[in-house]
Write a protein that binds this ligand. Structure first.
Ligand SMILES: [Zn+2]
Length: 578
């Protein structure tokens, strides 16, 4: 493959000649973008080409459309297609249609041409004869203008697939521009929000599917919206290594959380495949549809479908607009009845490995690009309420007050003090409110949240008990009433020793530094996957002080490169042991 840097430096005629195959018999598309060189990345080059197509005159656009061959048509049968078209049509199984499918496509082609006066065009990657026929049936009913737009979109999509086959760019550049591109699909006009099964979420899934197809993977989207790309091993009976992360985000989130763990394995596999590399096990990259719990307030819906723990009772729960989870799944074109069939057979799995940004400052502070996760912290979360006595801010003397907010202020400091100085233990009061509070009223009630986490369950439970006892003392001394209710309690999940050692060995080799092991304070899909298969996690350093779940989330290109090399090394080390 040619490198983008080389392409940028070709003479005008060489550049046009290199790219002429992207747009069927239409070198004018490439010629149109000559003056815009150098292109910073492939996405920018593709955007320029796409713009050339969309801004061309209607006449030229029609010529471009008509330059395309009929799908499975006469040209295909008599071997007159361009090399690119032949290969694409063969991969969609169009060379091996049954007689009945072939007949159906022929009839639909005729109907289509009669109606629109141009050939039916479809980027066939990822399709099979049945889905091609379904597309033809759906589109033959379109209005003429609409169908012309669809045809041009499909031409650009074909152009993108051909471009990714022809020109390579560094992995870090590719992943950075993919993260930027995916972040454009948002539920919000500004900032990134990608909640489960919204239009932005579904567009994200389709784009991830394209990335996987371009990498040469077989892709499937399951009944909860997980997008799974498979790299089949030659050994059919081989077991499967799973990897992946989530593509949903929090509201106003960052572009790397979750997505890095999908795009990095896809990029690594793409490169290994092109180098002719083979693995003795199947590798599946899962883009989990839901992890954050934003829309239906229930987390890990994607990974829980794989582990067989999807909470079916939750199908009746509704989002803020009153739409049920069941209806959202159906509206996205999925079948809730099929959710049970997503569950994996643990006997067929080698393990699960998740690549994720650290979402904290530890690696950054120690100047390390990557680290191995030892375990994922368990957490206990409570909602607490303190009741005192409301009163006039001017008339009640200080020593007679029962101020709920002042009591809680002391409690927050107690949480901080008890949870400090013990490795792996953290405690947070993230919500604090004075319901109905006013400037001139002594707070009669104050509500707050408590979140305590540790990689050591016993240590966490004992810290929780000490915190509650201390808060009770404070309340008694101040003549306040304290109530508390646990809302979440999860155990810490240890990462698998063998897989973690393979990761650590890979880090040693790639970075020349002994691998740093650190606990994960945040929950991840890997936590769920550990229920059915050995699990390990690779953390990648974040910039900007380690900030995450925020638009300022950042990731350096060199760190992406290091993580990709470590991941690739890990696959090989696992191969040696399989
Ligand atoms: Zn995440």
């Amino acid at each position: 493959m040619m490198q983008l840097a080389q392409l940028n430096q070709l003479s005008d005629s060489e550049f046009t000649a290199q790219l002429c195959a992207l747009y069927e018999h239409s070198p004018w598309v490439a010629a149109h973008v000559l003056a815009q060189r150098p292109f910073a990345n492939l996405a920018a080059l593709h955007a320029a080409l796409e713009n050339a197509v969309h801004s061309a005159s209607p006449d030229l656009q029609l010529k471009l459309i008509c330059a395309h061959p009929e799908l499975a048509g006469k040209a295909a049968v008599s071997g007159q297609l361009t090399a690119a078209s032949t290969s694409e049509q063969r991969h969609a199984g169009l060379a091996h249609c049954t007689t009945q499918q072939f007949e159906q496509i022929r009839e639909l082609n005729a109907l289509y041409v009669e109606r629109f006066r141009f050939p039916f065009i479809l980027a066939v990657k990822g399709h099979n004869p049945d889905t091609v026929i379904a597309q033809m049936q759906a589109r033959v009913g379109n209005a003429a203008d609409q169908e012309r737009t669809v045809a041009l979109q499909q031409i650009c999509r074909i152009g993108w697939f051909r471009l990714t086959d022809l020109v390579a760019e560094p992995i870090a550049d590719q992943i950075q521009s993919q993260c930027v591109e995916l972040a454009q699909y948002s539920d919000l006009p500004e900032g990134l929000a990608c909640s489960y099964l919204t239009p932005a979420h579904q567009a994200t899934a389709l784009r991830i599917r394209d990335y996987m197809l371009a990498a040469g993977l077989t892709v499937d989207i399951d009944a909860v919206g997980n997008v799974t790309g498979t790299w089949h091993s030659e050994a059919e009976s081989a077991k499967t290594l799973l990897t992946g992360s989530h593509y949903d985000t929090v509201i106003n989130g960052g572009r790397y959380d979750g997505r890095l763990g999908i795009l990095l394995p896809v990029a690594v596999v793409s490169r290994l495949r092109r180098q002719g590399h083979r693995l003795p096990y199947h590798l599946q990259i899962v883009a989990f549809a839901e992890e954050e719990g934003v829309r239906f307030r229930s987390t890990f819906l994607g990974s829980r479908a794989l582990t067989g723990d999807f909470p079916l009772a939750l199908l009746d729960s509704v989002d803020a607009q009153g739409i049920s989870l069941r209806d959202a799944i159906i509206a996205a074109g999925h079948d809730p009845q099929a959710i049970g069939r997503i569950a994996r057979d643990p006997d067929q799995l080698l393990g699960f490995i998740e690549v994720h940004i650290e979402q904290g400052p530890v690696l950054l502070n120690e100047d390390r690009p990557v680290g191995v996760v030892s375990s994922i912290a368990g957490s206990v979360r409570s909602q607490l309420s303190v009741t005192g006595l409301a009163g006039h801010a001017g008339t009640v003397p200080m020593h007679l007050r029962q101020d709920a907010a002042a009591g809680v202020a002391e409690m927050v400091l107690a949480v901080e003090q008890i949870c400090s100085g013990q490795s792996g233990l953290v405690g947070t009061v993230g919500q604090l409110l004075v319901p109905g509070g006013a400037m001139n009223v002594i707070p009669g009630r104050c509500e707050f949240s408590l979140d305590i986490r540790s990689d050591d369950d016993a240590g966490r439970d004992s810290a929780y008990e000490r915190v509650i006892a201390r808060l009770q003392d404070i309340a008694t001394r101040r003549r306040l009433a304290l109530t508390h209710r646990k809302v979440v309690e999860t155990s810490a999940v240890a990462c698998d020793d063998r897989l973690s050692q393979l990761l650590a060995g890979s880090i040693d080799q790639i970075t020349g530094q002994a691998a740093r092991t650190l606990p994960s304070g945040a929950g991840h899909d890997a936590m769920m996957m550990a229920r059915i298969t050995p699990m390990a996690m690779l953390f990648v350093r974040c910039g900007n002080g380690g900030i995450s779940h925020h638009p300022d989330e950042s990731l350096a290109g060199e760190d992406i490169d290091t993580a990709a090399q470590v991941f690739s090394q890990f696959l090989d080390r696992l191969a040696c042991q399989t």
